[in-house]
Design a protein around this ligand. Structure first.
Ligand code: AMP
Ligand code: GLY
Length: 426
C-alpha cells in the first residue's frame, strides 16, 4: 500500500511513524513533510493548503490513501476534491470539518442537540456585542472568532476594557480577517481540561486514550497560549466515570447529530473538554488529530492504523476492535526561543543521529520533528515548535524522566521547553 500524508508538523511525523509500523505499507509520501518525516517518507514541496497542488501530486503518485492531517485543508474541502478525483482519504469532508471551521456552527449544533457546552451568544455587530458584555458584567469573559485563527482566536478577557478591545479587534479592525467577522461570547468555564481524540466513520465512535495538553508557553501555565508545549497520555483526571458520562452525553450525541444534519464525520474528531463541577462540557471540537496530543496517543495504539483507516473509509468501524497499550506516554516540546511570538530559525540541532533521533544511547525516547529541515545531512530548526521528545514507559513518572533526559541531550541555540509537563498528573 502507498499512502500520501498531507502536513508537515509533529502530528504528521507521529501519524507517519504509526503508518510506517504497518506491515501493509510499502511506500510513504508526505507533502510538505519536514526533516524528521523525510527519514520515513518521500517528501514533496507542496503546501498543505494547496488543494490543486495536492490533488495533482496524488494523480502523479497514485496512492491507495491520502491522509489529510491539518485543519485548514480539511475545512477548505481537500477531502471532497480528492474523493472527486477518485482517491480514498482519511479525514472529514468540508461539510463535517465545519465543526472546527465555524464556532457559530458548532455552538448552534450543541444547543440544538443538548450537548453540554458553555452558554453563549453570537454577534456580528460590535455595539451589540459590547452592550451584551456590559449587561452580563461577568469576568473573565470569553470571546472567540467564528473561524480558524491559528489557535489565536480565543481571548479570555479579565475586565471590560480587555473584552471591549477583543470585540473591536475582531469585528471592527478585522484582525482575524473573515474568521473574525462573526464572534461567539461565552460563559467562562472552570475545571481541568482533557483532550479526547476519537475515531469515527460517521456512525460509530471509538474514543482513543485520553490526553492532557499544556497550552501556555511557560511553566505553571504562565505566558501566551501556544499550539501546545507538551502532552501526556492517559490523562489520569479522566476517570472511567467521566469516560462513561462523555460517551453518553457528548461523543455519541455529536456523531448522531452530524449524521442527522447530513454531515457524517469520517476521520478523527477532537473533543476539547472541560471537567466542570457541573459535569463535562465541550470547549471546542477540532476536525483532526491534535498536535501534540497525537504524539502521545498513537504510540499507545496497538491496532494497525491502516486497518482503522480502511474501516473508517468503508464505514465498518463498529466491527473493528481498537486496542491500546496500558502504558503511559509523555511528550516534551522543544521550541525556538521567543515562540509563540518572534523567533529565529535555521539553527543547527545537536544530539541527533542521521535518522533525526537521539544519539545519547541511554535514552530510548522517540523524537518527533515539528519544525525541522534536513540540510546537507544536518537537521536545522525551521519553526516555532521544533521537536516533540516522546517516551513510553510503564508509569507516567518514568516516561517523563526518559523524555527529559533525552531533551537535555539535544541542543540548539535559544532552545526553550517547559520543565513541568505532566506535573499536575503525577
Ligand atoms: P481553543 O483555542 O478553543 O482551544 O481555546 C484555547 C483555550 O482557551 C482552551 O484550551 C481553554 O483553556 C480556554 N478556553 C476556551 N473557552 C473557554 C471557556 N469557555 N472557559 C474557560 N476557558 C476557555
Ligand atoms: N493541541 C491543541 C490542538 O491540536 O488544537
Amino acid at each position: 500500500m502507498k499512502i500520501l500524508t498531507v502536513g508537515g508538523g509533529g502530528r504528521e511525523h507521529a501519524i507517519i511513524t504509526a503508518l510506517s509500523r504497518s506491515p501493509q505499507v510499502d511506500k510513504l509520501y508526505a507533502a510538505p513533510g519536514n526533516g524528521g518525516i523525510s527519514t520515513l517518507a518521500e517528501c514533496f514541496p507542496v503546501k498543505a493548503t494547496d488543494i490543486e497542488g495536492i490533488t495533482e501530486l496524488a494523480k502523479k503518485l497514485n496512492p491507495d490513501y491520502v491522509f489529510v492531517a491539518p485543519d485548514d485543508p480539511l475545512v477548505l474541502g481537500m477531502v471532497d476534491k480528492l474523493n472527486e478525483a477518485g482517491f480514498k482519504t482519511f479525514g472529514p469532508k468540508a461539510n463535517a470539518a465545519i465543526l472546527e471551521g465555524s464556532k457559530v456552527f458548532s455552538k448552534a449544533l450543541m444547543k440544538k442537540y443538548g450537548i453540554p457546552t458553555a452558554e453563549y451568544e453570537t454577534f456580528t455587530d460590535a455595539d451589540k456585542a459590547i452592550a451584551y458584555i456590559k449587561e452580563k458584567n461577568s469576568y473573565p469573559a470569553v470571546i472567540k472568532c467564528d473561524g480558524l485563527a491559528l489557535g489565536k482566536g480565543v481571548i479570555i478577557a479579565e475586565d471590560f476594557e480587555q473584552a471591549e478591545n477583543a470585540v473591536k479587534s475582531m469585528l471592527l479592525d478585522g484582525k482575524f480577517g473573515k474568521s473574525g467577522s462573526e464572534i461567539v461570547i461565552e460563559e467562562y468555564l472552570t475545571g481541568p481540561e482533557v483532550t479526547v481524540l476519537a475515531f469515527t466513520d460517521g456512525k460509530t465512535v471509538k474514543p482513543m486514550i485520553s490526553s492532557m495538553d499544556h497550552k501556555r508557553a511557560y511553566d505553571n501555565d504562565k505566558g501566551l497560549n501556544t499550539g501546545g508545549m507538551g502532552t501526556i497520555a492517559p490523562n489520569p483526571l479522566y476517570t472511567p466515570e467521566k469516560q462513561a458520562e462523555c460517551m453518553e452525553k457528548i461523543f455519541l450525541p455529536t456523531i448522531k447529530a452530524m449524521e442527522k444534519e447530513g454531515r457524517p464525520f469520517k476521520g478523527c474528531l477532537y473533543f476539547g473538554l472541560m471537567l466542570t463541577p457541573k459535569g463535562a462540557k465541550v470547549i471546542e471540537y477540532n476536525c483532526r488529530f491534535g498536535d501534540p496530543e497525537t504524539q502521545v496517543v498513537l504510540p499507545l495504539l496497538e491496532t494497525d492504523l491502516v486497518d482503522i483507516m480502511e474501516a473508517i473509509w468503508e464505514e465498518r468501524l463498529a466491527e473493528l476492535e481498537v486496542k491500546w497499550s496500558d502504558k503511559a506516554c509523555a511528550c516534551v516540546v522543544m521550541a525556538s526561543g521567543g515562540y509563540p511570538e518572534k523567533y529565529e530559525t535555521g539553527k543547527e540541532i545537536g544530539g541527533l543521529d542521521e535518522k533525526g533521533q537521539c544519539v545519547a544511547d541511554d535514552t530510548d525516547a522517540y523524537v518527533y520533528h515539528a519544525g525541522t529541515k534536513l540540510d546537507n545531512g544536518k537537521f536545522l530548526t525551521a519553526g516555532g515548535r521544533v521537536l516533540g521528545v516522546t517516551s513510553t514507559a510503564d508509569t507516567l513518572k518514568e516516561a517523563l524522566d526518559k523524555s527529559y533526559a533525552a531533551v537535555k541531550s539535544i541542543t540548539f541555540e535559544k532552545a526553550h521547553y517547559r520543565t513541568d509537563i505532566g506535573k499536575k498528573a503525577l
